[in-house]
Ligand binder design. Structure first.
Ligand code: NAD
Length: 281
């Protein structure tokens, strides 16, 4: 089964796409990286080559190639992981492009943080070859991936996807039936939601919440620092997608978070979020 995946295409090489690409190359797969923005692609190349050098896998650098043309990127891939921004309409457009460009046998996975792949599947013909493959950056530190079926995903597709996750030395978090938030992201959603409510309502300082979390869990980062790491634009989009799905006013993310996103205060990547940072390269 493992031999079924040899070449992996990554669509969107931003914050998570480049990490998935580097981790995949580290485990001896051929990786083809595509992004619509040339500067992002350049940055991804520096990042991926840097990771492979640091891990003493310089020979794997030649296994990673970079594309601005989606047809070229996908002409011979066995698996595609889509990691473009959290926007359902955009994901449908990209899935349709992937469906047109990739060989008939290729499995398509989305790294979406909130959308079940069943919401995207109307955009493609190969409905039996779709998966949610949701990663948790920073990927080497949190080696686990949610895996969830679409409404017509075949058992073969699911087993190949699960085996691939194991081959890149991650823990497959198997979702048995469609679930908003998959496995652990659902838990993380509950944590984020309550932390944001404490912050929005002025019940306690964010520093107090983060300190309590670190003492209680033994983790190095509290939830507000983690949200800054993820990117507040991503956090806001994901929380909005839960809210749109449930329609429960209690799920609506704070307006103050929306304001931060509109101000360009996106967390570590811009230097300003719940906390201040030196800008991430
Ligand atoms: P990002 O903005 O860093 O990266 C998205 C990339 O997609 C950008 O490089 C952008 O240039 C590219 N892109 C945009 N339109 C495109 C197009 N039409 N064709 C090709 N590339 C295009 O975002 P991100 O944080 O990496 O999030 C990407 C996806 O991963 C989202 O669905 C998000 O929910 C999910 N995700 C994010 C995290 C996280 O911690 N940030 C964790 C797990 C999953």
């Amino acid at each position: 089964m493992a031999e079924k995946i040899k070449i992996v295409g990554i669509i969107g090489s931003g914050f998570t796409g480049k990490q998935i690409a580097a981790h995949t190359a580290l485990h001896d797969f051929i990786v083809k990286v595509y992004d619509i923005t040339p500067t992002v692609l350049e940055d991804a190349k520096k990042y991926i080559s840097g990771v492979l050098k640091r891990k003493n896998k310089t020979e794997a650098i030649q296994n990673v190639s970079y594309y601005s043309d989606i047809d070229e990127a996908l002409e011979d891939v066995d698996l595609v992981v889509e990691a473009v921004p959290e926007n359902l309409e955009l994901k449908k457009i990209i899935f349709s492009q992937i469906d047109n460009s990739a060989p008939a046998h290729t499995i398509i996975g989305t790294n979406s943080s909130s959308y079940p792949v069943s919401k995207i599947e109307s955009a493609v013909k190969r409905k039996d070859k779709l998966l949610n493959l949701h990663f948790y950056p920073p990927i080497p530190m949190t080696p686990m991936v949610d895996i969830m079926r679409g409404s017509e995903t075949s058992e073969e597709t699911f087993e190949i996807g699960k085996k691939w996750i194991e081959d890149i030395k991650c823990e497959p978090l198997v979702v048995k039936k469609e679930c908003l938030g998959f496995v652990f992201n659902r838990v993380w959603h509950a944590v984020k939601k309550e932390c944001l409510k404490i912050w929005e309502g002025g019940y306690a300082d964010k520093e107090t919440v983060d300190t309590a979390w670190k003492i209680f869990t033994g983790m190095k980062r509290g939830p507000f620092t983690s949200m800054d790491g993820i990117g507040l634009d991503v956090v806001y989009a994901v929380e909005m997608s839960y809210y749109n799905e449930s329609g429960d006013p209690n799920d609506k993310p704070p307006d103050a978070l929306k304001q931060m996103v509109e101000n360009g205060d996106l967390g570590m990547k811009t230097g300003n979020g719940f906390y201040k940072y030196r800008r991430r390269k």
